[in-house]
Design a protein. Sequence first.
Lengths: 444, 434
Amino acid sequence: MDFHYTFPAIDEQVLSNGIRTVWLPDFRHQVLTVTLQIPSGRFFDSAGFEGTAELTAGLMLKGPSSLTSEEFAEKLEHAGATLFADVKEEYTIIGVRILFREADTIVPLFWEMVTEPSLDAKEFNRLKKEMLTGLQAEFADPSILANRHFNAALFGYQHPAGRNRSMETVKRITLAQVTEFYTKVIGPVNCCLVVAGACTIEDMKNRWEHLFENWHKSSDKDSKQNHTVSVLTENRIRIIDKPEYSQATVILGHQGIPELHKNRIPLAIANYILGGGNFSSRLMARIRTETGKTYGINSQLNSLKHFGTFTIETSTQTGQLGDVIRSIVDVYTTFIHSGPTEEEIKKAKQFVLGNMAFELEGLNNVVEKLLWLRFYGRENSYIENFSSLINPIDANLISQVLQSDFAFSHFVIVAVGRETEITAQLKEFGSPKYFKPRDNPFRK
Amino acid sequence: MLDKIKEQKLDNGLKIICLQKDDTPVVSVQVWYKTGSVNEHDGIRGASHILEHMMFRGSEKVASEEHARRINDVGGHCNAFTAEDITSYINSVPKDHLTMVLELEADRMQNLTLDKELFETERKVIIEEYHTYMNNPVAKAFLEFRTTFYEDHPYQVSPLGTLQDIQSVSRDALESYYRRWYTPDNAILVVVGDFSSPDMLFNLIAEEFGKINSGKDTVNRTEIPLKSHSSRWMKRRVDFDVPIVLTGYPTPASASEDALPLDILQVIISQGETSRMHKEIVRKQSLAVMAGGMNHFMKHTGMSLFFAAFTPDTSHKKIEAAIKTQIETIKKDGISDKEIEKVKNITLTSRTFELFSAEHLCQRIGYSETVDGDYRNWVRKLEDLEKLTRDQLIEAARKYWRDDRKHTLFLKPKKVNPLLFVVGLIRRILPKRK
């Protein structure tokens, strides 16, 4: 089967200050987006001060030093502009989306915000309060609680992925630390900037190249974190008590593989068949379709630059949890040992190739894809020749890869729900550690 | 854009609306049935939602779950949702699979199997979904608020239904509902994306859907406004650490000429950092951590909702008073030309970015056609915006955002986190020191 796509004609260059800039004309509609990817994210937070990267990005969005945050917001919102920021583990995305007619006003303002943010004390206090309130709300979300404890159990405190922002860590963060974070970590080198919209390449460069180039600042691009993940030698089980819930939410999983691993794509196909493929997946078939024990179940292969995770998540009535986990383990084990069928692989490949059209629909998706490619050092040909990566995959390859890179005999299992009912059901899997929702995941 | 949208009606009453969009080789095919919880009664509360689930559990030509699998297998995705007035089925696929989707939708429109055993299994799934929703303390409290708000109205029970009826509704009752409401004359078929021509599409659809009989009893209700709606205040203690106040006002139906003025006012009063609520309640007075609002218009009536989250050291009365002040100020002084211009720019920007997605456009057209009665309402919104006067805006606020019709819900945490309490106190002190 085939997938045909050619990226629109772009121009790409590394500016003198180190920013890789991609100019992407798109005249479908009279809009413009400017999106900056900074190669630093949550993993750059110092231990005990998780939330610093997010506070820094949030504070940058409050505007440049030449304006109050109210003045800045007025200018942007009056023009109909949308500012956005997304702090991931390894990078941060900051951008603006506007009508093209507002470009000459808003683009310089946006860039001033990036390069000379105000980092105002009053805004910092307000943002911090907002984040603390948001963290309070998270105690009511069983999925968030489960994921937090899963990461803590799998990675441990020494690994940046094991640590999440909390009330305690955010409360500790000072404006001085945020300012230091900005000063030391945010800078042009190794950034990727995509400028996309209703403008020719020449015109874009004439308008804005000098602006983007005029950001001179050193920055530290090494998080200096330990990314080693130790192999599980036994099941690690946690129960977080939520007695008022009639359902239990559970996450099972183990370590995965990094994005650039040679077997990433075959394993992605395998994941689709096991649990990523919605109603086409084995887990959905067993747990929802056949038995009705859940509204939804899915598995995810999440890969970062240095490591990854594999997780299966679902919710079910508390009394059924043991049965559901046994079924999940059964489906998983059978899959690892027997591998997928050729028919399953064929359908998975069809999905992956067919779905690419949606992943590339619209300006925002193309920009996102370009940034993703560049972060992992890939060129556009990776997508344009995607069929050649997918088509050779067959049952033999996947079976081999499952055995070599995915045959784990131990899990991290985290259950959120009524502890008194869950404990007995998880006994066969190991000895759990017990937590209340507000407990520090590393306290025990 | 209006001139690019084409429509046709089959003899059996099925209305087809289509829009060609060939920049990406995908197509979105959506069937919007003009039925939802508004057509339910005691004994079958939740039936529309249950039926939505069963629509994926097999028809004459399609085995259980096969619809979703076939869509996935070609790289597409499908979904469905049930609301008060509509039930919508969304399929987005690479363009070469348009015919397959039409075949699937036509088959399940007339030939749903409703297998007994599968029904019982799916009932369990829906009960799980019910519990997932009810385990969210804020969602659960809002459901109760909503029940009071829409008292004595067909909207009173939400599309989620009641646990009792979900557990007891019979397969035969579901089939009666299906036969009555899932008919071509009670549906809209919307297609947006890369297809060769409207005429080709209409012919294809006629081939698949043309033989389906129209319904016998699908006359939908005429507009049912809310009856006299007196002011109410509720407090609920919840397992949620953040205090929240919600205030709701009854609104007109979605198709009303007053809906647009209320939408504009909502942007000004509650959306973004330059909104009045944010500037006054969050920034200037430091009363709330966040404040916002939204309008939810439906076919017969709706709700203008305003909300604020705050720290436990703040009195809910102050929050309620602060929200009220913003509304009264608008009613008294109206809004500025600058604010109107801001709304125009925000609307134009978001509308323009929406044009990139076939599925999104399809949803907008489908929703507008079924709930407003005319898809042109959505398309014309920007033009109508230009014609609105400030007096019309003030008049809409005065007519609908009335204190004597307001419902308020105060969600008070069962436990107070001392850390959040302290944070709230500290942020009160700091600005004064400056």
